[in-house]
Design a protein around this ligand. Sequence first.
Ligand code: ADP
Length: 341
Amino acid sequence: MDAPLAIDVSGLNKHFGNRHVVKNLALQVREGEIFGFLGPNGSGKTTSIRLLCGLLTPDNGQGMCLGLDVIKDSARIKPQVGYMTQRFSLWDDLSIEENLDFVARMFGVTDRRQTVTHTLEELGLTSRRRQLAGALSGGWKQRLALASCLLHRPKLLLLDEPTAGVDPKARRDFWEEIHRLSASGVTVLVSTHYMDEAERCHRLAYISYGQLLASGTAEEVVSSLHLNTWEISGHKLHGLAGKLRQLPGIEMVASFGATLHVSGRNAELLQDILERTLAGSGLHMRPIPPSLEDAFIHLMQDDQDQYGSPPGNSPPPRRSCEGGGNRLDSRLRGNDGRYGE
Ligand code: ADP
């Protein structure tokens, strides 16, 4: 049986001045679910997450969070929420233990000593408890930040790009922790640019400039885009991306290691154009299932187009997305630098 809904909202809107930052957001998240938000910087992920749990008041709309009305009962929702912001906001000149003790006081935790000891153990921080926070590596700082969000036993955890700049091993450990919390019934909303993190979420939403464009499991998001993808491999790939992007039927070209991924929605046209272009080149092409990364690069490319061309222009130019790393924004920024704000 499905877990009950922790969040069930519809028609949420938010303006900052004349900027319409969240547009008609409707979303359901189940208890214990890890729900990821992806999208370009400034597209409204953080604002959406804050609206969903009463930390910001929407201009209009309705819904429930943890069984309470997101508009009328926001003051009762907030104490049940743990919020890990992007920036480390604890005290560098206090030890891990002192930081947790201080936060526990702020939250008015009653069995403070016991709670701090328990949280240190739970997060594997006991042996380091006397180290100054300022002397910790990025991974341990982030673990401490997570510990401080958990002291008051929140039912809902908001993680705003929690592992930006953290090495892969620390990232993996952090996600093990998130899954442990989820298994214990804590609902987690997380914004991220990392593909490996997106794949670790139970469900995802892609937000583009205030609009939720796709949501569901990773498989559902990928299949909803109806992309056809071919992998091209061989020796003379250099320069090919630029050529391919000029051709009809090709909507995305992205470098993946020593190969190119080429995608489009018109399967026949795509195959035909690729076969004709690559004939006699010695390059190999084979159809592959589009990955989540292919899907998100495709969505982000549309974001760029939306902002890059004046209204009424048609159709927007196609672009390839080259570059390394698994941060989606870095792939696109490497391309023409126009992504984001
Ligand atoms: P994301 O999390 O996707 O990067 P945000 O939700 O933080 O996006 O921001 C969306 C837009 O709203 C941005 O243009 C940002 O500058 C603006 N914004 C966010 N918070 C505020 C605020 N408190 N006051 C005014 N503008 C804001």
